[in-house]
Design a protein around this ligand. Structure first.
Ligand code: NAG
Ligand code: NAG
Length: 419
């Protein structure tokens, strides 16, 4: 008998069955001993593939020793009362996983390579009823996109076409069926990505371009967690590439320097992105507000605020945001103009798209402020075009002019507002 998602061991035992944490299923006819106690001749020990502590760095999953070997894993101690091993599955380039909680690894390569190389992993569902797979980038550092440079004054013209393109290194999750997420590159430690896996296996591919002298060493360590259909409260609803479930948190565009307190002049968002970020509306909360995580008192090109998208010197909205923008459904300034809890805004529609250099509902504002929405589910859209506008000598038409520049991308802090 094959039981999916559980290990089954057949043991021959001649001892009185005692209760253990592992579930035991008798198969043999019970033999009644003189003492009147039941004696099992054969027992099937069945235990679930539950997460186990692992080695302190990587989590494992409890499997039988034979299964762990078949999965290409390594035992890090025992589990299920000694009947299983805590199996850690850490893949290197070229390997395949069909295990929950596996890792895609690449140790730091300090020299880099002077040839283009490809590192591909195959990721398969661990059981047929998996609907969402989450990649947690524990470390993720590959060559960044073509950067732009923000200028306080005059900026160069007509150099914007390739800004934001992942033209040296890239990482792509390529699905055999359905819509694959856009490739990413650069620094993404702490970020994550969730996708809907195919019934066939999918490919996770790093392309590493020829490293000129000075290109940073690449390294990554990605944890893969698989979630069953119906686990949306944990894994997020379909179509959300990123998912947050805390009451407060920080959301940043890919390749945002989340490890730095200062947003330098070469901070550059990725081009050709289009995805949704979802935030679980927690019990007792009716609205969500966002504000830039970093706002220096006097922004300069070398010390920018953590929001800058597209053309425009100030706050820009809706039809004026054409290529790079954030989408916040029915967004309003804080405090919200309607009584809580969660009354739908009937008399006003609010702003939908946000771009420009100042994060604010008010186009005349000189400073960023909280932007809020009562529309549930809580969701942010992010969209960027190919390249950046640099064809004119004004911030309204040149994304490199003015601080923050329109090439920055975003890092926003959010908080859910009680009803
Ligand atoms: C064997 O006996 C035990 C204890 O009386 C009982 O719980 C168990 O169901 C029996 N198993 C079978 C296969 O009859
Ligand atoms: C995978 O492991 C996580 C915990 O690490 C668990 O929440 C999830 O349900 C598991 N997925 C499956 C398909 O069993």
């Amino acid at each position: 008998m094959l039981i999916l998602g559980a290990s089954v061991l057949l043991l021959q035992v001649f001892a009185t069955a005692s209760a253990t944490e592992a579930e035991r299923y008798d198969t043999a006819t019970n033999v009644t001993s003189r003492s009147g106690k039941a004696l099992s001749i054969f027992q099937i020990i069945k235990f679930k593939h539950d997460p186990c502590p692992g080695d302190g760095t990587r989590q494992g999953i409890c499997h039988s020793n034979a299964e762990c070997v078949a999965l290409g894993g390594k035992s890090s101690g025992s589990c299920a009362n000694g009947y299983g091993v805590c199996c850690i599955v850490a893949l290197t380039c070229g390997q395949t996983t069909s295990s929950n909680c596996s890792y895609l690894t690449q140790p730091t390569n300090p020299t880099g390579s002077n040839m283009v190389s490809v590192c591909q992993y195959t990721v398969c569902k661990c059981t047929p009823d998996v609907c969402r797979i989450r990649l947690d980038f524990t470390t993720f550092s590959i060559a960044g996109p073509q950067v732009g440079t923000t200028f306080d004054g005059a900026a160069p013209l007509n150099i914007g076409n390739a800004i934001g393109e992942c033209s040296t290194d890239s990482f792509a999750m390529t699905l055999s069926e359905g819509h694959s997420p856009s490739p990413i590159c650069g620094f993404n430690t702490g970020q994550h990505m969730i996708y809907e896996p195919s019934d066939m296996c999918d490919e996770a591919t790093f392309i590493l371009g020829a490293a000129a002298a000075g290109v940073r060493a690449r390294n990554w360590d990605i944890k893969i967690t698989q979630y069953k259909c119906g686990d949306e409260a944990v894994a997020g609803p379909p179509g959300c590439l990123q998912y947050f479930s805390t009451d407060v948190g920080r959301i940043s565009s890919y390749n945002f320097p989340t490890n730095s307190a200062t947003i330098g002049a070469q901070t550059t968002h990725l081009s050709r992105q289009a995805y949704s970020i979802c935030i679980r509306r927690n019990e007792g909360f009716c609205a969500i507000c966002y504000v830039p995580s970093i706002v220096p008192p006097a922004p300069t090109a070398a010390d920018q605020a953590s929001y800058g998208l597209d053309k425009g010197a100030a706050a820009v909205h809706d039809l004026d945001c054409r290529f790079d923008y954030l989408q916040i459904p029915n967004a309003e300034a804080f405090p919200l103009p309607v009584a809580m809890p969660g009354t739908p805004l009937t008399n006003m529609i609010g702003k939908q798209l946000f771009c420009g250099r100042i994060f604010n509902v008010d186009v005349a504002a000189a400073l960023p402020a909280s932007v809020c929405s009562t529309t549930a589910p809580f969701r942010l859209g992010f969209s960027t075009g190919g390249g950046e506008f640099t064809n004119m000598a004004t911030p309204e038409k040149n994304e490199l002019m003015g601080a923050p520049g329109g090439i920055v991308g975003f890092s926003l802090d959010y908080r859910q507002i009680p009803c």
